[in-house]
Design a binder for this molecule. Structure first.
Ligand SMILES: [Zn+2]
Ligand SMILES: [Zn+2]
Length: 153
């Protein structure tokens, strides 16, 4: 997204709308899928030799659950976007796309979970416990020490 400096009046400009999520180039991230439009509500001010941009960004997307590895829909919001760019009289426009991307990535949950009730995967067989219990739970859990019992020391 570009901010055109000549169009900013002295009191600043408000920008509100959305851009295609593809400009955020997040599809390459293994834990992100189905990126929606990035929504922005920004305020830009041209103060002497600086362009100051602040506001809120939000992007709907699917994140990979850290417990069960399934993707779930969520919206990542950054309400504290704030950047200052050098802007002299010769500067036409400032492209803030990469900074928007960086801020949104910083606001991704470190440990995304599809829901508090997510049971995750069985540590032994890897079955998704949200879809039903596996045989490990019903049957006897293999005891890591039982192999030692069979050792003839
Ligand atoms: Zn989950
Ligand atoms: Zn299991």
């Amino acid at each position: 997204m570009k901010i055109w400096i000549a169009r900013i009046p002295e009191e600043g400009s408000h920008y509100e709308g959305d851009d295609p999520g593809s400009i955020m180039e997040m599809d390459a991230e293994p834990f992100i899928k189905r990126v929606g439009d990035v929504q922005f509500k920004l305020y830009a001010q041209h103060i002497s030799d600086e362009l100051v941009v602040r506001g809120t960004l939000a992007i709907p997307l699917d994140l990979k659950c850290a417990r069960c590895s399934e993707f779930f829909s969520t919206t990542v919001t950054d309400s504290g976007f704030l950047r200052a760019y050098p802007a002299s009289k010769e500067t036409d426009s400032v492209d803030i796309t990469s900074d928007m991307r960086e801020d949104l990535l910083l606001h991704m949950p470190e440990f995304p979970v599809c829901g508090e009730e997510c049971k995750g995967l069985c540590a032994q067989c890897g079955a998704d416990l949200n879809k039903g219990s596996c045989d490990c739970e019903a049957g006897e859990r293999p005891n890591p020490w039982s192999a030692l019992d069979n050792l003839d020391l």
